[in-house]
Design a protein around this ligand. Structure first.
Ligand SMILES: NC(=O)c1ccc[n+]([C@@H]2O[C@H](COP(=O)([O-])OP(=O)(O)OC[C@H]3O[C@@H](n4cnc5c(N)ncnc54)[C@H](O)[C@@H]3O)[C@@H](O)[C@H]2O)c1
Length: 341
């Protein structure tokens, strides 16, 4: 089957991110099913969910067909792009089955890519060996506003980075991995990472909120950017926020990435003779259509307009590996002290 648009697309897992975001946030193209319906380069040819009622409801809502199994979906609908939106423990096996299917030319997996870094790396290797793009929905990488931030930091618009602070909720592997991915994108490889505190908030028993100090290796020969991240309590409220303070300016990414402010250093308006952060300028984001951004990016890759998805198995493995490394340090930190004989 030749792969030309519109690509036949399917969704596995018809829960929140697979099919239902729009119910909660109308006017937002943020579910995978919604994105395949909205994108000009795709058509939604089927869905599968382990819960047959969910699959039927999604199929009725999006005007497509529900299939009773992954095998039936692949065998009968013959999708060319498949989104993996099931719970994380199923990502690896389902993504592998899709990648190995002859008709499938690309997979868009939800994050985290897999439960373990070993599984994630073997998926990345499989996708590479089959030359099939494996996109991973670290949604900010697909957003033009965040892409502008990455460019401006790399081009030195903020000058040498003095300090970065980040706040996230829902555990280091869950939303924390979004933060780790963002930091690696902006500041390069990790030179060192040290856990400073562990929080076992009630909502994330198997994925602690971890505070950590991370040093990055960007900025040439100079010391890399230093970031301090804080794992916060989602039961109180959600937060995903980043402050980036450079010698020439500051950026604040707030409201989960929907708002990005930049302040450049200039003459201090209030204290003549001093330099200070100037007025707030807004960098526009389109985070509200995050799944649509991801699907359009993948379609551009398949059309040969880009080499690889803006977020792919490579950066997803880096984020997951660091999350695992921090989680293993956190276990050491929380291990009860041995009784003194
Ligand atoms: N990129 C993001 O910002 C983002 C946001 C939310 C969720 N996620 C990720 O998406 C995934 C799903 O999260 P969610 O919030 O949509 O969960 P959810 O519980 O709302 O939906 C999961 C769906 O998968 C179905 N399911 C369960 N086992 C299955 C199986 N073996 N095969 C097929 N379907 C199965 C469930 O019935 C349910 O409908 C998780 O990996 C999560 O980390 C990512």
């Amino acid at each position: 089957m030749t792969a030309t648009p519109p690509y036949r697309a399917a969704v596995i897992g018809c829960g929140y991110i697979g099919s239902r975001v729009e119910e909660l946030a109308p006017g937002n193209v943020a579910s995978h099913a919604g994105a395949y319906k909205a994108a000009t380069g795709t058509e939604l040819v089927g869905v599968f969910d382990a819960d047959a009622e969910r699959a039927q409801a999604a199929a009725a809502h999006w005007g497509t067909t529900a299939f009773p199994s992954l095998e039936a979906l692949l065998g009968e609908a013959k999708p060319q792009i498949v989104s993996i939106c099931s719970p994380t423990e199923f990502h690896a096996a389902q993504a592998e089955a899709c990648l190995k299917d002859e008709a499938v030319v690309a997979v868009l997996a939800e994050k985290p890519l897999a439960v373990s870094i070993t599984e994630a790396k073997s998926l990345a290797a499989l996708a590479r060996s089959l030359a099939k793009p494996l996109a991973v929905n670290y949604s900010r990488r697909f957003d033009p506003g965040h892409q502008q931030v990455a460019r401006e930091i790399r081009d030195g618009k903020l000058g040498r980075i003095q300090h970065v602070s980040g706040w996230y909720t829902k555990g280091i592997r869950h939303n924390g991995s979004h933060m780790l991915d963002l930091l690696s994108w902006f500041f390069g490889g990790v030179a060192s990472a040290e856990v400073t505190a562990v929080h076992h908030w009630n909502d994330q028993s198997d994925d602690p909120g971890i505070d950590a100090d991370i040093e990055y290796s960007s900025q040439g020969d100079e010391t890399g950017a230093r970031a301090r991240i804080f794992g916060c309590d989602a039961a109180a409220h959600n937060i995903f926020e980043l402050f980036i303070l450079g010698e020439a300016g500051r950026m604040r990414l707030s409201e989960g990435g929907h708002r990005i402010e930049r302040q450049l250093v200039g003459d201090d308006r209030h204290n003549p003779g001093y330099r200070a952060l100037g007025p707030v300028e807004i960098i526009q984001t389109v985070m509200k259509d995050s799944a649509l951004n991801a699907v359009e990016d993948l379609v551009a890759v398949l059309a040969g307009q880009r080499d690889a998805p803006a977020s792919n198995a490579k950066n997803a493995c880096i984020a997951l590996e660091l999350a695992d490394r921090l989680a293993s340090q956190a276990i050491d930190l929380t291990r009860p002290a041995k009784a003194v004989p």
